[in-house]
Ligand binder design. Structure first.
Ligand SMILES: Nc1nc2c(ncn2[C@@H]2O[C@H](COP(=O)(O)OP(=O)(O)OP(=O)(O)O)[C@@H](O)[C@H]2O)c(=O)[nH]1
Ligand SMILES: [Mg+2]
Length: 616
């Protein structure tokens, strides 16, 4: 360790024991924390707040042993053994163990000891252990392990001071270099842990009876499935029902700003850019913020409650029919937020073929960027009425669109499973975390981060593309004797019209074609692009009318449904394709994905359009 180089301390431990919560506590970062194993899948660095810049903390994915069985475990093991070229090995380890699940944690600690690195054990979740009546003789534990043991509660910062003091003390010492571990046999580790537990655990405590009873309901094949469906159904109802007042407020403000600008600015290019390009484009996207936040509120609460691994068990048998397993459940559910973290989360899947299939179908899960697209069309075409005195018809439509994605992914997975190598059948081994009332801080930060990400997209890529679209849609000017709106003659209009023959069979006119291309960069851009395109297609004096009503008037029902069908499948997101390339290390997979998704999108939109025309 050179003088100016910070001492590097790695947090290593079983999945879900609270490493990231501890990392956040020590560094002040806000990395994702949630109550299921496999949240962290890559290494993260941060400087310790109180280390005067001399201590660098590394958060790692969880692992059960130094013999990794999945990609995320490999990331952790390679990081501490220093076997990644170009990355230094840590100077010290903080082995995080879950006090309520001691034996599993200790197995890893015993293995870690063979690495001969300075180590301190953070016995985290000690509040949970205490609540269960678990009593541990910490001094005895420390003596037997031969390393300091500190009881911590990462969510309340209990024990943090003591841990920090230990780390600071270590900076002053010279540090041993890692040796490649000579791993003890599984039996010997097991035996050592037994001995330690026998001596150091005074009272093993009990798991609350209600958790077991509750689990019998939640994981019951029939009752559990009904509960899961109800949960999802309620979520989509809420997305429409609760968001309305806030959306009205944002929509009203956008309209007011648009009209005000239109009235105070002199006619000209700048006015058009601001009113038709920025306000109409960006404004049409920003109104969907409340719906996105409500969706995330549900996802975050589910993630922190401990429910997700149970749902994974519940669906394991069903998912196996389609070549997947319960392991794929959490990556796929994460894809409801965004396919990118979902695809990253497939690192927790042991079987390479199952992992690849999960990656391939992840984009079929409806990500939050699709929500504005769906919500726009639903608001324009599905009446706001109550069905059976209880359900909101718009919410039901949204639910059906999500289901369409889920069912399609099952079918695609089924066909992919039939090809290529046989899959190994790994039994589903997932630790069930204890149920927990979601930590409000995680939820609030989670929502805040989401809002920031969304607004940054709106103010960044979406705004930038909107300006480009405005430019392409405004130039060149229309000829003297124009019969169509000016945009018809513009570059964008020309591009849209050139593409029209491709998309006419599925009911998309040239205006939609203009929106589809920039929509490749990010799905919401299509909504903004439609906002600008229709604002420019309207009468000069008309202030940007809200997109919903314009589309409601201009599109046929068949086109609207075809557009929805297109968006269920179309891989309109370059970042997802880039992550697939990185995670599979293969352009071939990216190509297969893009081709099959575009083909499905076209077919689905075509069938929907024709069916709707025929029925209508
Ligand atoms: N009650 C209690 N909850 C904790 C404590 N530490 C962490 N948690 C919660 O435990 C869950 C898991 O925490 P994480 O920090 O995500 O765990 P992790 O070890 O990083 O998990 P992976 O990244 O999946 O390996 C979250 O719901 C945390 O809020 C603790 O000391 N007490
Ligand atoms: Mg973590």
């Amino acid at each position: 360790m050179s003088a100016e180089q910070a001492m590097q301390v790695a947090l290593i431990g079983n999945p879900n024991c609270g490493k990231t919560a501890l990392f956040n506590l020590l560094t002040g970062a806000r990395a994702k924390v949630a109550n299921f194993p496999g949240v962290t899948v890559e290494r993260k660095h941060g400087l310790m707040r109180e280390g005067e810049g001399r201590i660098e903390i590394v958060d790692l994915p969880g692992t059960y042993s130094l013999r990794p069985s999945s990609l995320d475990e490999r990331v952790a093991v390679e990081a501490i053994s220093g076997s990644i070229p170009g990355l230094r090995a840590p100077d010290m380890l903080v082995a995080v163990i879950d006090a309520a699940n001691l034996s599993l944690g200790l197995r890893l600690v015993v293995e870690l000891k063979s690495m001969n690195l300075p180590m301190v054990v953070a016995m985290n979740q000690s509040d949970v252990a205490r609540a269960r009546g678990i009593k541990i003789d910490i001094e005895q534990l420390s003596t037997m392990l031969g390393v300091p043991v500190i009881a911590t509660v990462a969510v309340t910062s209990h024990g943090a001071d003591e841990l920090i003091a230990h780390l600071k003390k270590q900076v002053a010492c010279s540090v041993a270099r890692p040796q490649h571990p000579a791993l003890a046999s599984v039996e010997s580790v097991h035996q050592q842990v037994e001995t330690i537990i026998n001596k150091a655990v005074i009272d093993p405590g009990t798991i609350p009876v209600w958790q077991d009873r509750f689990d019998r309901w939640v994981m019951h094949p029939v009752l559990g499935s009904i509960l899961l469906l109800l949960l999802l159904f309620f979520m989509f109802q809420a997305v429409f029902a609760w968001a309305e007042p806030l959306m009205d407020l944002i929509e009203g403000s956008v309209l007011a700003i648009g009209s005000w600008l239109a009235s105070v600015m002199p006619d000209g290019l700048l006015k058009s850019l601001l009113v038709d390009g920025v306000i109409a484009g960006v404004g049409s996207v920003v109104v969907f913020l409340p719906q996105i936040l409500i969706l995330f509120l549900f996802i975050l609460m589910l993630e922190d409650s401990g429910y997700l691994p149970r749902a994974a068990f519940l669906l394991d048998r069903t998912m196996r029919l389609f070549g997947l397993s319960g392991r794929a459940f959490i990556p796929l559910l994460s894809s409801f937020a965004c396919a990118i973290p979902g695809i990253m989360a497939t690192r927790t899947i042991q079987d390479p073929k199952e992992r690849l299939i999960t990656i391939m179908v992840a984009p079929l899960m409806t990500c939050s960027a699709r929500l504005p697209v769906y919500a726009l069309i639903i608001a324009a075409f599905v009446p706001e009425q109550t069905v059976a005195g209880l359900f909101n018809l718009q919410g039901i439509t949204l639910f059906v669109l999500y289901l369409a994605g889920i069912v399609s992914s099952a079918i695609v997975a089924y066909f992919m499973q039939k090809h290529g190598a046989e899959t190994m059948t790994y039994p589903l081994m997932l630790e069930l975390p204890s149920y927990r009332i979601p930590v409000w801080r995680n939820i609030v930060y989670g929502l805040y981060d989401r809002a920031r990400i969304f607004l940054r997209r709106v103010g960044g890529i979406i705004l930038a593309l909107m300006v480009v679209i405005w430019f392409l849609s405004s130039f060149p000017a229309a000829p003297e004797n124009a019969v169509h709106p000016d945009i018809y003659y513009s570059y964008a209009g020309q591009i849209g019209r050139a593409l029209e023959w491709v998309f006419a069979p599925i009911g998309f006119g040239w205006q939609i074609c203009i929106a589809l291309i920039p929509g490749m960069a990010a799905r919401e851009v299509a909504v903004g692009a439609l906002g600008t395109v229709y604002a420019l297609s309207g009468e000069e004096e008309q202030v940007a009318e809200m997109l919903v009503s314009t589309i409601g008037m201009q599109w046929s029902l068949a086109t609207a449904f075809a557009f929805l069908a297109w968006y269920v499948y179309a891989p309109q997101c370059l970042s997802t394709l880039a992550v697939v390339r990185r995670e599979t290390n293969s352009w071939k997979q990216v190509t297969i994905m893009a081709v099959y998704l575009f083909a499905l999108a076209y077919l689905a939109a075509f069938a929907t359009y024709r069916l709707a025309l025929w029925l209508g």
